[in-house]
Write a protein that binds this ligand. Sequence first.
Ligand code: FAD
Length: 518
Amino acid sequence: MHFLRNLIILFLICIAIKINLCVPTIPSSLKTLPIDGHFDFKQVHHAAKDFGNRYSFLPSAVLHPKSASDIATTVKHIWEMGPGSHLTVAARGHGHSLQGQAQAHRGVVINMESLQGPKMKVHTGNFPHVDVSGSELWINILHETLKQGLAPKSWTDYLHLTVGGTLSNAGISGQAFRHGPQISNVRQLEVVTGKGEVVNCSEKQNSDLFYSVLGGLGQFGIITRARISLEPAPKMVKWIRVLYTDFATFAKDQEMLISGESTFDYTEGFVIINRTGLLNNWRSSFNSNDSAQASHFKSDGRTLFCLELAKYFNPEEMAIVNQEIMTSLSQLNHIPSTHFQSQVSYIEFLDRVHISEIKLQSKGLWEVPHPWLNLLIPRSNIHIFAQLVFGNILTNTSNGPILIYPVNKSKWDNRTSVVLPEEDVFYLVAFLSSAAPSSTGSDGLEHILSQNKRILELCEIDGLGVKQYLPHYSTNGEWRSHFGPQWEAFVHRKSTYDPLAILAPGQRIFQKAAPLSL
Ligand code: FAD
């Protein structure tokens, strides 16, 4: 009896040792690192949350860096500890990831927003640009550059995201058809690699690191500074919406608008399925061009496609701009009575999603689970995709907007790490769903996730050549197939800049200290 008890105790000790060997323990040496900022080992819960509200991995420590050198010292220390430590490091920008990409299970999360560094500096002249911290929010860059009458060229729909966070993905919005994504509008970066080295890189200097980091899902280095191209900023925006019932006509017009010299500065679109009172909702912010006709138009129950356009201008150009818009719209084939227009300041237009955020926050609807699905779909397959999904797999759009718009691949640099479909024109289709907490109905998380799964299966079965944007996979095989022929180069870059796989563990592409496989 006594022997059996000892045997059980021994067995339990062995399990405990085994578990302990597998999980990282935070070494006390972190506490002694010579940094200007500080580590927090207790208040770490915030770093285990993100916008997606579905994944939560507690880190062991949060670093609040004051400088790039604090980040470099920490990463270098962990690099020097070697593979045995199992410690990983995640940069957390504004935490607007969807599936824990900025989290580090029992590792170190770097709260990028504490980073101080040199102040944002706008450079005017022939090639205007702004030098910013990797932790800067795009909304702050907009405010600062506008003081000099300038602004970045390419945006995301929502500006309360960090430079490091969007450059790790791509940064796509309605300006991308003309200027490319945000990663096409960066001239220089300062990066802390997975070995703790601080490296400046650009097209000319350390170019492989520069292109690795752009769209690199945080795998190769932590962006501590960036130089972003600017252009003269307009003061005002004409914001236009027109509707279609036929997808083919809608897509044809969108593709016409992004080819050649479009009048418009921004082109997006969205799908409306089975919505009632749509136009009433718009009435507070949009005027109809022909209210008598528009009042006869009923959206109820139908699948509609809304083309959203914007034309930038300064007040003195008003007359000519109105003329240009009328000429361009006359070439489109939307339902004639559905022309809605609004005039807003440039800031109001770019920061439009923040208004919705404030409204949703006031109703407690912002911090709900967000099972988003973002896809890049080759032009040749967009019709079949639309036919199979809109009105079929998806029978309403009440869980959130569905964006759909084409972009030109020629505006993307094929040296970056981002993975794109094969064709010259591809569509971004974004299912931006919010789930009602604890609902088991069609607005619940399980239902939305199963819809997403069906959409992904359909893409797979029909071989539509679709790539995920803001990709999320759990197995090595899935990542390999996502990268396709780029996998080898991606692994090679990883082994060059972060050979122990210390960085961005939340992407779940590489496991620390596991051999990198081709
Ligand atoms: P985080 O969530 O903090 O980090 C994201 C990833 O980047 C993590 O892997 C993290 O480790 C890494 N990372 C963070 N900072 C750095 C850094 N300095 N250096 C290196 N790696 C870093 N995307 C678009 O392209 N277009 C859109 O229109 C768009 N709209 C959005 C609207 C909303 C409401 C939301 C929530 C997201 C939207 N996104 C859009 C997606 C967004 O671009 C990404 O989720 C982005 O990663 C969020 O930035 P963040 O600062 O919150 O990054």
